[in-house]
Ligand binder design. Structure first.
Ligand SMILES: C[S@@+](CC[C@H](N)C(=O)[O-])C[C@H]1O[C@@H](n2cnc3c(N)ncnc32)[C@H](O)[C@@H]1O
Length: 474
C-alpha cells in the first residue's frame, strides 16, 4: 500500500478519508498498528508519518489516539508536477494550477465538522470585503488593549525564539510564550462582537519543501494561498487563522494537508514542563513497546517531571506506576503534574524522592521498567553515565522479576551498551530502535531480565575499574 493508492481508494468512497498522523520517527509502528487493529484501516508509513484511510465518522476517536502528535486530512497527493530548477514563475504557476485542480469540498466539510467551525466557509466577495475592514479594526483594538508593539502581537515566531537562556528558564519562557499567544487569541475573539455565524473564514498556507527548487517555501505558500483566496474569498491571517493548509513539496511529489490539530497532541497530559520533558506520544510509544498487562507494577526510576508514569497511568489504567527522581525539583514538578489529573480520577501512580541506584523496594517485585535516561548532553554527563547506567541496571536486576522487561531511552549509546555487557547475564538485549528526539538519533533499548540470580555485589569488572580509579586518585 502506498499513499497514492490510499488516496485513490478514499476518493472513491464518500464516507472515507485519508489522514496523515505524525509521530517521532522510529516509532511509526505504534500508530500504524493502532490504525490497523483499532480502526481496521489500510495504511502506509513514511519517516515520522503514518497515512491511513479511516471512516469520516471515526475522526473524533482518531483524535484521541495517544501515539499521534498531529493529525491532518490529506486533500491531494500528486506526482504530476515536475518543477524546473530555473524557471521560478513557471513553477509557481504550476502550484496555482494545483490549487484550482483540487476537489476541496469533501476535505473542507470534514474539517468544518471535526473542528466545530461555525463561520462562513464559502463567503461572497462582499462578505470578504466587509470582513477585511472588521479584522483591521479588531487588530488595532487589540494593539491598544495590549499596549504592545504590532510586531509582538503579529509575529509569534519572535516570541518562540527568545534569547539564549539557561535550559530551565528557556522551557519556562516557551510556556509563557504559548500562554501569551493563547491569551492574545482569546482577547482577539472577545473583542470581536460578531456572531460566530457572521465570521468569514481566516486562513494561512504553510509550505514545507525538500529538494532544490527555484522558489522558496514562502513564495510557494504565497502563490498557493493567493489562488485559494481568489477561489474562496477567505481572509488571510497568519496568526488568528481558523484554517491552515499545508503544502508539502517533496523531491518527486506534492501533497496537501489540512491539519485538524492546532497544537501538537503530545502536550495534552503535562501542565508543568521541564528542560527535558519527553513528549507524551513518545512516552506512550515506549510504554506500548514494553507491553503492560493488567496488574503489572511498572517503574520509572528517573522520572523527571513524570511524563512517562503519567502517560502510563492515563493509558494503562490496569497497571500501577511507581516513579521517582533524585532531584527534589523534579519530584515537585511530577506532583504538580499529577495534581492536574485529579479531574481524570487517576489513582494508579505514586512518586518518591529516591536514588535509582538504591531503590527502597524489595527483590523481584517489579514487572516492567520504562525510563528516559540522562543523555549526557542537556542532563548529566557521559562520565557520570558510565557509572550511573551500570549501577542502575544492577539495582534493577535486583528489584525486577525474572522475564521482566525494561525499555530505556538514551543518546549515550556507548555507555548503555557497555553497562549491559558489564552486568553480563542479568539482562539480555531483545530490541533496539532508533528514535528521533529533538533532532538527535537516540536509541530505544528493550532488555529482558534473565533467570540468572542477582549477586549481592557489583560484578567483578566494575569493582576492578573502581579499585584502579581509587588507586590513581591517591
Ligand atoms: C532525562 S531526565 C528524565 C526526564 C523525564 N522523562 C521527563 O519527561 O521529565 C533524567 C532524570 O534522571 C534524574 N536522575 C539522575 N540521576 C538519578 C539518580 N541517581 N536517581 C534518580 N534520578 C536520577 C535526573 O534528576 C533527571 O530528572
Amino acid at each position: 500500500m502506498n499513499i497514492f493508492r490510499l488516496m485513490e481508494i478514499s476518493a472513491a468512497q464518500a464516507t472515507r478519508c485519508t489522514v496523515e498522523a505524525t509521530v517521532a520517527s522510529g516509532l511509526e509502528s505504534v500508530p500504524a498498528s493502532e490504525f490497523k487493529n483499532a480502526f481496521l484501516a489500510e495504511h502506509c508509513t513514511s519517516r515520522g508519518r503514518v497515512f491511513a484511510n479511516v471512516l469520516s465518522s471515526q475522526i473524533p476517536e482518531v483524535l484521541q489516539m495517544r501515539s499521534v502528535d498531529n493529525l491532518s486530512l490529506v486533500a491531494e497527493v500528486t506526482k504530476d508536477i515536475t518543477f524546473s530548477t530555473a524557471d521560478k514563475e513557471q513553477d509557481l504557476k504550476k502550484l496555482e494550477k494545483l490549487a484550482y485542480a483540487i476537489h476541496w469540498d469533501k476535505t473542507l466539510l470534514l474539517w468544518k465538522k471535526s473542528t466545530d467551525f461555525h463561520g462562513i466557509l464559502y463567503p461572497t466577495r462582499d462578505q470578504y470585503v466587509a470582513s477585511l475592514a472588521v479584522e483591521k479594526e479588531l487588530k488595532s483594538k487589540l494593539k491598544s488593549s495590549l499596549q504592545e508593539s504590532v510586531s509582538e502581537i503579529d509575529n509569534d515566531q519572535n516570541m518562540e525564539k527568545e534569547h539564549e537562556v539557561q535550559e530551565e528558564s528557556q522551557s519556562l519562557n516557551n510556556n509563557i510564550c504559548r500562554e501569551k499567544k493563547a491569551a492574545n487569541i482569546l482577547l482577539y475573539n472577545q473583542l470581536d462582537s460578531r456572531k460566530l455565524s457572521e465570521k468569514v473564514l481566516k486562513f494561512r498556507v504553510t509550505c514545507y519543501h525538500t529538494g532544490s527548487h527555484a522558489f522558496g517555501s514562502q513564495e510557494a505558500a504565497t502563490a498557493f494561498g493567493g489562488t485559494l483566496q481568489d477561489i474562496f474569498n477567505w481572509v488571510v491571517d497568519l496568526t488568528y487563522y481558523d484554517l491552515e493548509i499545508v503544502l508539502n513539496i517533496k523531491e518527486d511529489f506534492v501533497y496537501v494537508t489540512v491539519p485538524l490539530t492546532k497544537e501538537s497532541l503530545h502536550r495534552r497530559s503535562i501542565t508543568y514542563f521541564g528542560p527535558t520533558t519527553l513528549r507524551s506520544t513518545i512516552c506512550y510509544g515506549m510504554l506500548t513497546i514494553a507491553s503492560p498487562e493488567v496488574g503489572d507494577i511498572i517503574i520509572d526510576p528517573l522520572c523527571g517531571g513524570g511524563s512517562i508514569p503519567i502517560e502510563g497511568a492515563l493509558s494503562f489504567p490496569g497497571s500501577l506506576f511507581l516513579s521517582g527522581d533524585i532531584h527534589p525539583k523534579a519530584i515537585e514538578r511530577t506532583k504538580l503534574n499529577i495534581n492536574e489529573l485529579t479531574a481524570k480520577h487517576v489513582s494508579n501512580i505514586d512518586v518518591f524522592n529516591w536514588d535509582a541506584q538504591k531503590l527502597p523496594l524489595k527483590d523481584s517485585c517489579i514487572d516492567l521498567c520504562v525510563t528516559d535516561l540522562p543523555f549526557g548532553k542537556r542532563m548529566g554527563s557521559k562520565k557520570n553515565n558510565s557509572t550511573l547506567y551500570v549501577r542502575l541496571l544492577f539495582e534493577l536486576s535486583r528489584v525486577m522479576k525474572t522475564s521482566g522487561r525494561a525499555v530505556f531511552l538514551t543518546y549515550d549509546k556507548g555507555n548503555f551498551v557497555r553497562a549491559v555487557s558489564t552486568i553480563h547475564g542479568l539482562f539480555k538485549m531483545i530490541r533496539i530502535l532508533t528514535v528521533n528526539i529533538g533532532g538527535l538519533a537516540a536509541r530505544l533499548y528493550v532488555i529482558q531480565r534473565t533467570a540468572k540470580e542477582y549477586q549481592q555485589s557489583l560484578p567483578l569488572e566494575v569493582k576492578k575499574r573502581r579499585k584502579k580509579k581509587n588507586k590513581l586518585e591517591k
